[in-house]
Write a protein that binds this ligand. Structure first.
Ligand code: PNS
Length: 169
């Protein structure tokens, strides 16, 4: 084989994994920053069968595609299984994760070390924009479900989808 595919190191690839139920402005900020650092960024919607989401995986993917359409090097996919297996299949050497606070660090470090031990994949932590350091999909779902204003926390397409899902309008 010739070209970039034969030399994994020539094309710099990274994955931004998550549940994205739904994608928030905090996620979008990390994806945008990763897209400036890497040639190809894969946004991987990981399937957690034990969690029934507010949005189906296909809906999450569609929303992420809409709100990342301006980034030519971002692709959105889903994966059922281990993140390290997804990385191996796509020849992705780096996982990019946002760190919101010190409290995120313990679990993120555990996952990073586990993943590195499994296949050698590296995890790079990006400090979240302080504007979004309190933000999570679960808080957005809860506040939106009770009628609170989340318009400053999610892209307009996500806000519209939340309104449709929660108020069926
Ligand atoms: O958005 P989330 O729910 O905080 O993302 C967590 C996620 C999906 C990135 C993490 O749970 C994950 O990587 N799941 C895939 C299954 C896996 O590889 N588990 C082992 C982690 S060491």
């Amino acid at each position: 084989m010739t070209g970039p595919e034969s030399e994994g190191s020539l094309v710099r690839r990274a994955v931004c994994p998550g549940s994205f139920d739904p994608i928030t402005n905090g996620h979008l900020d990390i994806i945008a920053r990763a897209s400036r650092l890497y040639d190809e960024v894969y946004v991987a919607v990981m399937i957690n069968q034990s969690k029934k989401g507010l949005f189906e995986v296909d809906e999450r993917i569609e929303l992420i595609r809409e709100v990342t359409s301006e980034f030519a090097n971002v692709r959105v996919e889903t994966h059922h299984g281990l993140l390290v297996d997804y990385c191996k299949q796509r020849d992705i050497p780096a996982i990019v994760k946002g760190l919101r606070a010190v409290s995120d660090f313990d679990y993120e470090l555990q996952m990073a070390q586990m993943n590195n031990g499994l296949t050698g994949v590296e995890t790079l932590f990006v400090p979240t924009n302080p504007t979004y350091s309190f933000l999570s999909s679960s808080l957005v779902r809860e506040v939106a479900a009770w009628g609170g204003d989340v318009s400053h926390l999610v892209p307009p397409q996500v806000l519209a989808a939340l309104n449709r899902r929660l108020r069926k309008d």
